[in-house]
Design a protein around this ligand. Structure first.
Ligand code: AMP
Ligand code: ZN
Length: 461
């Protein structure tokens, strides 16, 4: 069987991956908090772990992999959004989840096998918190339940830091009900205006970290293979997940391999609303701030070009390069992607098995392209989530052929009649609609480009 090498954050080493059960390889990835459209950074872990999911399915078989990614649908940011907009919490979270799935689907990401919502697992979280209290790992104070960090000797092992170093470096909330500033909230009281559930500590709601421990246990068991997320989650979120799970299930391993993607920056800076370089995946897909829409496949390509353990600098220049690069695979023969079979050619598989070395896999794809090895290239591209759809003349586009012919003959007539102003207008309009025009002598030839936009063409009719 093919061996996959994975870098484990916990051991800081790349090692051959050995699943606990080859018939059920289990992976958990932390998902989004659902109160707003996913920003571009949120798409990175989705796309990175989608490639890993596809690789695992290829190696172990599609029915032998279980991928769980949660939705955090109870959180103070969601409560704040509901309060300021006057909308129901459930309406906000339902809508955001739908958006998320549409946007990530547009990036070619497969849906995980399970996408649990935190609010569906409150009783399981309560059971876990009760066990932590019974074991001396948590305490109740003023309606809050806190995890006693000093009770878990291994705390900090994932990020390789001691508790004291972490206190020095972190902005931990000092609260009167905490025994120690590092202790974190498992449960907190809810007033009548906030979402709350009954519990032995009164009506309240869970802290963030406990949901992943509870849902991973329910859906994947006390030991599973891979846990993923962005490296901003390593501390405190993942340290806390480990502490909770290890203290309730001391015989389990929780996650055996921890994988973290690096962050995405925009034009060399951290994405932030105040710097004006913050945008959502939907902004890119639809076009924003005067920029043309970016096809989902191009966004996917751009996100995958950089190895997941390196930072991505997302730039306008890089994006247009990525678009040209991906188009080069489809230009030779736009029909070559029309098949449906998926297979990963050996050189690409070898690269992916080397800790998801997608840049090396892309180099191998270029070699196949240059040697016109379509037999391997197109099934491999599909297996990686690229189907070339955006680059192919679309059926609706084809039905506009007569209209384009009509405008193009008007253009040629205008030139013949020396009405150059009209001819230039028509040409500019066609180019705006994503039609390439090439005039030889008196006759103009045209073709649809991947940027064809029917609505812009219709404006000309
Ligand atoms: P959040 O909704 O903030 O909890 O984030 C959801 C996921 O997106 C987590 O796995 C984060 O690590 C990841 N993430 C957030 N910002 C970025 C970024 N700038 N680059 C890469 N991943 C990010
Ligand atoms: Zn989590």
């Amino acid at each position: 069987m093919t061996t996959i090498q994975l870098h484990n954050t916990k051991t800081r080493r790349k090692k051959p991956f050995e699943p606990l059960d080859e018939n059920d390889v289990r992976m958990y990835v932390c998902g989004p908090t659902v109160y707003d459209r996913a920003h571009l950074g949120n798409a990175r872990p989705v796309v990175v772990f989608d490639v890993l999911y596809r690789l695992l399915r290829h190696v172990y078989g599609p029915d032998h992999v279980t991928y769980v990614r949660n939705f955090t649908d109870v959180d103070d940011k969601i409560n704040a959004r509901a309060a300021e907009s006057g909308r129901e919490i459930g309406a906000i979270t339902d809508e955001t989840i739908e958006w998320f799935l549409q946007d990530m689907g547009a990036l070619g990401a497969l849906e995980p096998n399970a996408m649990p919502r935190a609010t569906g697992y409150i009783p399981q979280m309560v059971v876990m918190i009760e066990a932590l209290i019974a074991g001396g790992h948590a305490y109740e104070k003023e309606g809050h339940v806190l995890f006693r960090v000093r009770s878990y000797k291994e705390y900090g092992k994932l990020s390789g830091r001691s508790v004291d170093d972490m206190i020095a470096g972190a902005r931990v909330e000092v609260a009167p009900f905490k025994e120690d500033p590092m202790d974190f909230v498992l449960w907190k009281p809810s007033g009548a205006d906030l979402p709350g559930w009954p519990s032995p500590w009164g009506r309240g709601r869970p802290g963030w970290h406990i949901e992943c421990s509870a849902m991973a246990y329910e859906l994947l068991g006390e030991s599973f293979d891979i846990h993923g997320g962005g490296n901003d989650l390593m501390f405190p979120h993942h340290e806390n997940e480990i502490a909770q799970s290890a203290c309730v299930h001391p015989k389990g391993d929780f996650a055996r391999v921890w994988m973290h993607n690096e962050m995405l920056q925009v034009e060399g800076k951290k994405m932030s609303k105040s710097l004006g370089n913050f945008f959502t995946v939907r902004d890119l897909l639809d076009g924003h701030d005067g920029q043309p829409p970016v096809p989902g496949e191009v966004i996917r390509w751009m996100l995958l070009k950089t190895h997941y353990r390196r930072p991505i600098d997302w730039t306008k220049h890089g994006l247009s390069e990525a678009k040209r690069e991906l188009a080069s695979f489809y230009e030779i023969d736009p029909e070559f992607m029309t098949g449906t079979d998926e297979r990963i050619a050996k050189p690409v598989l070898d690269a992916l098995c080397d800790d998801l070395n997608v840049p090396k896999a892309i180099a191998a794809l270029h070699e196949m392209r240059q040697s016109l090895n379509f037999e391997d290239l197109s099934p491999t591209m599909r297996a990686l989530g690229f189907n070339g759809e955006w680059a192919m003349p679309k059926q609706p586009a084809l039905s506009y052929g007569t209209s384009v012919n009509f405008i193009v003959s008007d253009l040629d007539d205008s030139r013949k009649n020396k009405d150059y102003e009209r001819a230039d207008q028509l040409r500019a309009g066609l180019v705006r609609a994503g039609i390439e025009i090439n005039t030889v002598g008196d006759v103009s030839h045209w073709k649809f480009t991947p940027d064809f936009d029917a609505s812009k063409l219709e404006e000309m009719l």
